[in-house]
Design a protein around this ligand. Sequence first.
Ligand code: FES
Length: 272
Amino acid sequence: MYEILKNEVLGSNIYLFEVKAARIAAKAEAGQFVIIRLHETAERIPLTIADYSREKGTITIIFQAVGASTRELAEYEAGQKILDLVGPLGVPSEIENYGTVVCIGGGVGIAPIYPIARALKEAGNRVISIIGARSRDLLFWKEKMAAVSDELLIATDDGSEGRKGFVTDVLKDLLEKEKIERVWAIGPMVMMKAVANTTRPFAVKTIVSLNPIMVDGTGMCGACRVAVGKETKFACVDGPEFDGHEVDFDLAMKRLAIFKDEEQRILAKGQC
Ligand code: FES
C-alpha cells in the first residue's frame, strides 16, 4: 500500500498527489511513468512521474480529473492509501547536451515536461520552455518551470495570461528566429500533433510522450500499441517517448476515443 502524503488542488480539476514510494523514487528518471490501481476493482491509470525526491522517498503525480477513474482518485485525501503503484515504467528521456532545446507542456502536460526540462538544464542545455493552456486557471508550476528554464514563454487560448494563441504560435516564432536542436512536447494528442507539424518543415527532431490506454504496462497486453514509422510499438515498454514526426497521431487519437462512450455511460450512472 502506498500512502498519499499530500493532495493539493493546482487548478481547475487539476490535482497534485505526493505519494510515499521509496523504491520507485530511488530509480525514477525523467520521462518515466507509474501505473496506479486504487483498489481491487479499480481501473489501472498510467500517470507520468512529475517529480520525485530520492531523499524523502516520494514521487509526485499530477492529473486532471476528467474520467471516472481520475475523478475517483481526486477524492482520495492525504493519509489514505493506494493499493498498487507500479513503476518506474518506460524508457527514460534521452538527456544529453544538445545546445538549445525547447520544452513544451500543454495543460496537464506541464507536469511531465518539468523533470525533462530540469534534466536537460542540468545536462548543460539552454532550455526555452513554453507552457500553455486554455486559460490561466489551468496553468500551474510557472515558478518551477521558470527555475529550470533560461526562458519561459506562456500562451493561453483566451489570452488571460501570456500570448493569446497556441504554444505552436510561440514555437513557430522561435524556430524562425534561432537554431533549435531539439523539441520535447507533452500535452493533449492534438497539441503534440500540431507541434510535430510545426517543427517538420524546420527539420528539428521532436520528441512527444504518448499516453494511450494501458493495462499491464509490461508489453504483454497490447492495449497501448501505437503506430510509429509504420511499425507497431508498445508505449509502455518502447516509449512513452517517440519521434513526433513518425507517430501516426490520427490512429492514436482514434484508439483513445474507443472507450469514450463507455466512460460517459459510467459517469452518467455515477459509478465513479
Ligand atoms: Fe499492455 Fe503496454 S499496457 S502492452
